[in-house]
Design a protein around this ligand. Structure first.
Ligand SMILES: *Cc1c(COP(=O)(O)O)cnc(C)c1O
Length: 449
């Protein structure tokens, strides 16, 4: 069957996420028939370079043979068993290895990122309740934060497009200013900006002492709000403040964990350890849904009791799925055998060098980089910039999905220099076209009846 047939059937039967479906009257949905490495292939044989690792999950390209083989091997012994009252080898090994990597010895599993956020928020609140501080019912998150879109996670998310419609359903949280380095005043360094934001956080904590259970942050890079990057000093200060005001620090590393910012976990760049660590996205290299919340022994002990209701009450049917855990173990193996962090350091330096002509373009502001993430803001009056640029890139065989006027690259770690050059050249050509007024949504060939 052709692209045309699949996209029509998808348009009719599948409600696509994060999408105004009506837009697909003019912007075609891309039906993918297969994928290999950094390349996606549609049903007409056209290829697209996956420059965003399929929503940031696909760390080592599509179809990575070692992850694939690990899942096949696991299929022959155990696909799944419920984790209440039962356990299995992959979940035990994964929990031990994540504990060794993070210093957080207790792992609780879910299946998606938003659930990990929910688990961390509930666990923090319940910890304080078990310790006799039941007044700690509120959470602080940062301006421009993103922690998922279930009702609890959305309450700590600060992306108005996603949250304002549902505001009446959400328990209002507290917001602290973002340490976003783009907000530096003239003469201010990124570290100064971070310290200024930390002082604002301290004021908020001081004002609400006794009400706050936890502060939740995306370490180093606020992803979904537009790749806002900040100095590690902020996390060091935040750790100090959380200790001082008796508040948990939740590190949401759903996007930035697994080497994305250059270290295995982003918080390691600040020399701290959070109280809760949320992981998902890259954890299985993009093969299977899995999420995990890690926490320290003191938290675990607060729940350890004869009373059932003092135990942590949360469950998902697929908790600790054996296939997903086995895929995650294969991901950890690849980090070791390929020395991924060291390889990425070299790669990132080379990619940044190759991007200089792009970064120097006059319409580009705040070109920024952290580990294997690059982003820049485009100065344009076009309100449809994101859609127009996305279309212009698709035409050129690339998948990039800007957030507002921010273009970012978050490629699989296996991207080659030649593939990066191709992405950069396509981006320059797409910028030329879009800024000259082309590639509007209306300019795309209409392929639906
Ligand atoms: C993607 C993301 C989430 C939500 O994960 P889902 O699996 O999409 O629910 C939460 N926090 C951060 C930082 C994310 O990037």
């Amino acid at each position: 069957m052709s692209n045309q047939a699949w996209l029509q059937r998808s348009f009719a039967a599948v409600w696509h996420p994060c999408t105004q479906m009506k837009r697909h009257e003019s912007l075609p949905i891309v039906p993918i028939a297969g994928a290999d490495g950094v390349w996606l292939t549609d049903f007409d044989g056209k290829r697209y370079l996956d420059g965003v690792s399929s929503w940031w999950v696909n760390l080592f390209g599509h179809g990575e043979p070692r992850i694939k083989q690990a899942i096949k091997d696991q299929l022959d012994s155990l696909e799944h068993v419920m984790l209440a009252g039962f356990t299995h080898q992959p979940v035990v090994e994964l929990s031990e290895r994540l504990a060794a990597l993070s210093g957080l010895g207790h792992a609780f599993y879910g299946s998606d990122g938003a659930s990990a956020t929910e688990i961390a928020l509930k666990m923090s609140f319940h910890y304080w309740k078990n310790r006799g501080h039941s007044g700690k019912t509120r959470f602080i998150s940062l301006e421009n934060s993103y922690h998922g879109e279930t009702i609890g996670a959305l309450a700590v998310t600060d992306v108005p497009l996603f949250s304002s419609t549902y505001a009446d359903l959400l328990k209002p949280g507290l917001r602290a200013p973002s340490p976003d380095a783009r907000q530096a005043a003239p003469g201010e360094s990124a570290a100064d900006t971070a310290l200024r934001a930390a002082r604002a956080m301290e004021n908020l904590l001081a004002k609400h002492t006794g009400e706050i259970a936890a502060v939740i942050v995306e370490p180093l890079v606020q992803g979904a709000a537009g790749m806002a990057m900040y100095d590690p000093t902020y996390l060091a200060e935040l750790r100090r403040l959380c200790d001082r005001y008796q508040v948990h620090l939740i590190a949401d590393e759903i996007a930035v964990g697994f080497g994305r910012t250059g270290t295995f976990f982003a918080y390691q760049q600040a020399g701290i350890v959070p109280d809760f660590l949320c992981l998902s996205k890259g954890i299985t290299g993009g093969f299977l849904p899995l999420s995990c919340v890690l926490t320290r022994d003191d938290v675990y002990q607060a729940f350890y009791h004869d009373d059932v209701a003092r135990g942590f009450l949360h469950s998902h049917s697929y908790t600790g799925n054996a296939l997903a855990c086995r895929a995650a173990l294969a991901v950890l193996d690849i980090f070791e055998t390929d020395d991924v962090l060291a390889a990425n350091r070299q790669k990132a330096a080379e990619f940044t060098r190759r991007m200089q002509p792009l970064a120097a373009r006059p319409e580009i502001r705040h070109f920024r980089h952290c580990g294997m993430i690059w982003a820049f803001d485009v100065e344009t009056g076009r309100s449809d910039f994101a859609l127009a640029f996305f279309s212009a890139m698709l035409k050129r065989g690339c998948l990039l999905r800007p957030i507002g006027r921010t273009v970012y690259f978050m490629p699989p770690y296996t991207l080659s220099n030649e593939e990066m050059d191709w992405l950069i050249e396509a981006s320059c050509a797409a910028l030329d076209e879009v800024l000259a007024g082309g590639a509007g949504a209306a300019g795309v060939e209409t392929r639906l009846p």
